[in-house]
Design a protein around this ligand. Structure first.
Ligand code: 6R9
Length: 571
């Protein structure tokens, strides 16, 4: 198989050849015409005679395999769409997915889009508070879940007045009675030959993905059906996907990588996608590559660092000769990880930078472009991106000077707003640029080098966790008077959550109390948000207006200069 590394590309030439219009034309959408992501990703392939092609190979924890062709997907998404319509769900209603990585998650996602409703993916490890704040904010109408997560959904139900129906996909296997407002749905028993996909337009809402910020509750980034032009073109040009590829994206669809490149991108390309619904182990991961003859692999730096920790022996025990292209996303990819990848697989990990808000890859190492270990690469050729001055928004051209990563709008997969929060959305623009909220510098060749986030959001293993959400959950604990959460550098996860806690009168620090606080956050939010370290303090540093000064704590933690503290409240 030809390795993409053996080709070289002319970046400037790509910039003139690659435009969003190319995607529209190749997907067969007329300018100004209607489209539907589910139709383009599924039915289109069946109509073109590729219905027998395997779209999804699903492997569960026990190693059992299930295969779905594009025709299967068409019949099953028709079934989903008709069923949801029968429940009275209409286009633009928000329908949540709260599932482990079962086939229903991937296929249900497309069924919801086929109906024209809005998909709201929720990470299945979310606890009650995380679930509640997102469902309440979006005023979700329905949620699709499984028995093992039903308890959590039932506990938030009363606090989500918009929620009409809870759909349970594995009721048959369980049999315990459902309650009012809960219905069972067996996907495999509901295949339907036709269902006319909702005639959406490029600007019709499609996916609502929540992401964490520094302040306030998580924000819902609203995407549209036209995003598929960007997900298609980046899957083609960056992931280098072709229809004979076997592609494995290790991200969970609770996060944007798992939807843009774990569902939409690969199916838009007509590739075969592998899903592994099992926990991490290096042997299991290498087995997955070997067993399914994975050709293109999209993963994250934390996972790569975990593989590195287990060394080269497990790599050598498995056949990975099928692999021809590897990409990474979510956090800075260390130069050592790139070098290790070369040694282990004889290939480069290609870093890709983007966000929930951008919907698709923005800055990247393109196949065939020399990889500089530690650099994120260059703007996707259909885009204009820059490093800009934080005050003026003017591009910084001198190499090595740090500024903010900025992208020139519009592009097809850009969020169209933050749901219920357009003020924050409009605050993301400066001098005609969309500001990502990350710092970087450019080198002489126009490569981007990531420096850090421009806010207090914690990046743990490629997952963003909002300090405000953690602090709010901590306040619900009986012993906590006030708290501050920061990201503490970690060799594997990039950052882990560290919290500073001031106790209420009558409580004293102890190992038991630490454990109780940790468990509280894990249950309320998620295992990712659980503090790995707790420091008990007398008070939390704040500005005079009461804002928590997390940067002061972070600087103290890292032994760095604290900077300007003129606004700090020193009482
Ligand atoms: C796709 C995704 C977005 C934030 C982003 C940045 C960080 C993503 C990165 C990276 C360094 C990369 N990030 N890719 N940092 N190098 N290649 O991860 O979306 O969950 O919204 O996170 O992740 O801080 O702003 P999301």
């Amino acid at each position: 198989m030809e390795s993409v590394q053996s080709r070289t590309v002319d970046y400037q030439q790509l910039r003139s050849a690659i435009t969003w219009d190319v995607a529209r034309r190749e997907l067969g959408v007329v300018e100004g015409g209607s489209l539907n992501i589910a139709d383009l990703c599924i039915d289109r392939h069946v109509m073109a005679g590729r219905g027998d092609k395997v779209a999804l190979v699903h492997e569960n924890h026990e190693g059992e395999l299930r295969r779905f062709t594009y025709r299967d997907l068409m019949l099953l998404t028709n079934g989903w769409a008709a069923f949801l319509r029968g429940l009275g769900i209409r286009n633009l209603d928000r329908v949540c997915l709260f599932l482990d990585r079962v086939p229903e998650l991937y296929i249900g996602f497309m069924g919801i889009l086929k109906l024209g409703a809005v998909v709201e993916p929720l990470f299945s490890a979310f606890g009650e508070d995380a679930l509640h704040s997102r469902m309440e904010d979006s005023a979700a109408t329905a949620i699709i879940t499984e028995r093992k997560h039903l308890g959590k959904v039932r506990r938030v139900r009363e606090r989500v007045p918009s929620l009409k129906t809870i759909i349970v996909i594995d009721q048959e296997a369980d049999g315990r009675p459902l309650r009012e407002g809960e219905v069972a749905y067996s996907m495999m028993a509901n295949q339907l030959v036709t269902f006319p996909a909702f005639r959406a337009f490029p600007e019709t809402p499609s996916v609502l993905h929540y992401t964490s910020g520094t302040t306030g509750k998580p924000k819902g980034a609203m995407h549209v059906h036209g995003s598929v032009f960007a997900q298609y073109l980046t899957s083609k040009v960056v992931l280098d996907l072709k229809d004979d590829d076997v592609y494995w994206c290790t991200a969970d669809p609770g996060w944007v990588t798992g939807t843009s490149y774990g569902i939409i991108g690969p199916w838009a390309m007509g590739a075969t996608e592998v899903v592994l619904d099992a926990g991490f182990s290096s042997d299991r991961w290498y087995q997955t590559i070997e067993k399914h003859r994975v050709t293109v692999w999209y993963t994250a730096p934390t996972a790569i660092r975990m593989l590195m920790k287990d060394g080269l022996d497990p790599v050598a025990r498995h056949d990975h000769s099928s692999l021809r292209h590897m990409c990474s996303v979510g956090e800075p990819l260390n130069p050592e990880a790139v070098r290790w990848g070369r040694e282990a697989f004889g290939l480069d990990f290609h870093d890709t930078f983007w966000q929930t808000e951008t919907g698709a890859i923005m800055i990247t190492n393109l196949p065939g472009m020399p990889v500089k270990p530690g650099s994120m690469g260059r703007p996707f050729p259909a885009l204009e991106a820059a490093v800009v001055d934080p005050r003026s928004g003017e591009p910084i051209t001198s190499p090595g000077r740090v500024g903010l990563i900025a992208i020139r709008p519009p592009w097809p997969s850009m969020m169209r707003t933050y749901w219920n929060n357009s003020a924050t959305y409009y605050g993301k623009f400066l001098n005609g640029w969309y500001i990502c909220g990350d710092q970087a510098s450019l080198d002489r060749d126009g490569y981007f080098w990531f420096c850090g986030r421009d806010d207090d959001v914690i990046n743990t293993g490629g997952h963003l966790v909002g300090p405000f959400e953690i602090e709010s959950a901590l306040l619900e604990h009986e012993a906590v008077a006030e708290s501050a959460a920061i990201g503490k550098p970690d060799p594997v996860n990039m950052e882990v959550v560290k919290v500073f806690v001031a106790l209420r009168p009558g409580f004293t620090p102890s190992a038991d109390l630490e454990l109780s606080i940790m468990n509280h956050v894990r249950k309320r939010l998620s295992p990712l948000a659980m503090p790995q370290e707790i420091a008990f303090v007398d008070k939390v540093p704040k500005t005079r207006s009461g804002k928590i000064l997390r940067r002061v704590l972070r600087a103290q933690e890292l032994g760095q200069p604290i900077g300007d503290i003129s606004t700090m409240d020193d009482n």
